[in-house]
Design a protein around this ligand. Structure first.
Ligand SMILES: *[C@@H]1O[C@H](CO)[C@@H](O)[C@H](O)[C@H]1NC(C)=O
Ligand SMILES: *[C@@H]1O[C@H](CO)[C@@H](O)[C@H](O)[C@H]1NC(C)=O
Ligand SMILES: O=C(O)CCC(=O)C(=O)O
Length: 270
């Protein structure tokens, strides 16, 4: 009897240590999402968007200086440590591996949608973007989330507190490989936050439509168009990291490029 209890205690202890090690590993290597074979881009690009400590910008200042006029990046506005832990690769696969997720083609007008089990997305689709792939042939997991199934995760997300009057937030959650992203498009105002990984953003005001092909990827725009832009056609741009949120105003053109395998969530204000 006693020996059994000791053995049982040993098994529980081993399980606890294993879980602890897994958690440490997840924190150190980006939630288990970065794999050794990933080519993680070191080029974070320049940053010509205001980056501010959330605590140094009041809601009133946000409304006056940014809400209706230009993007801003706010740091440390919320603490999503808990949500981040829940979004580790092992945690999400355990909870959601068998659920189906809806993928969209990564082109401006997202024509095609495909449903696959989340496990299959992670195993088969979540890989670095090749330079010559077309956005219209690339499947991206972002948005179209089934809120019934993902509610128990999303309820732990602390969204940016500075919302616009008469709007409420709607989440779009996604995960994608290095080099992937969404090409230029526009819609209503909102926020973007990376939970794991780094995401580079390019933005233009509503009246300055950028030159881009709607079926080409952001990666091809970055390598083929961006380097040759005249100074007066340079975008606003910056790379966001975990702990930062980017705010984009209504109808601003924007494109994204994931520098790492990234887990991310946007809050659309509508
Ligand atoms: C969302 O998930 C629930 C529970 O699995 C399911 O009943 C429902 O059909 C799903 N909704 C959509 C739009 O797929
Ligand atoms: C973009 O790709 C879609 C789907 O393959 C196609 O129907 C559409 O004509 C393409 N658009 C352009 C401008 O090439
Ligand atoms: O995170 C992304 O890659 C796309 C985000 C986006 O386009 C948006 O939030 O509107």
């Amino acid at each position: 009897m006693e020996i059994k209890a000791v053995r049982l205690a040993f098994i529980f202890l081993t399980a606890a240590v294993t879980a602890q090690l897994q958690q440490q590993e997840d924190e150190e290597d980006g939630g288990g999402w970065f794999s050794a074979s990933d080519v993680r881009s070191q080029d974070e690009g320049r940053c010509n968007i205001d980056v501010l400590d959330g605590s140094s910008l009041s809601y009133q200042q946000f409304m006056e200086r940014y809400a209706y006029s230009r993007p801003v990046i706010l740091r440390g506005l919320t603490d999503n440590t808990k949500f981040r832990l829940l979004c580790s690769k092992s945690g999400l696969l355990r909870e959601y591996g068998a659920h189906r997720v809806r993928l969209s083609t990564a082109n401006t007008y997202s024509y095609r949608k495909v449903d696959v089990p989340f496990q299959e997305y992670v195993d088969e689709f979540l890989r670095p973007q090749s330079a010559d792939a077309l956005g219209s042939d690339t499947l991206y997991f972002f948005g179209d989330n089934n809120f019934t199934e993902w509610q128990s995760l999303f309820e732990h997300y602390e969204s940016p507190p500075y919302v616009l009057p008469l709007t409420s937030g709607a989440y779009s959650f996604g995960i994608a490989g290095p080099g992937t992203g969404v090409p230029f498009h526009w819609h209503g105002p909102g926020y973007s936050e990376v939970i794991y990984g780094r995401k580079r953003w390019f933005l233009y005001p509503p009246d300055q439509e950028p030159h881009f092909h709607p079926n080409r990827t952001t990666l091809s725009w970055v390598t083929e168009t961006y380097p040759y832009l005249p100074e007066d056609e340079a975008p606003l741009e910056c790379t966001i990291r975990p702990g930062e949120v980017l705010y984009f105003p209504d109808r601003w053109w924007h494109a994204t490029l994931n520098l790492d395998t990234s887990v991310f969530i946007s809050t659309f204000l509508g």
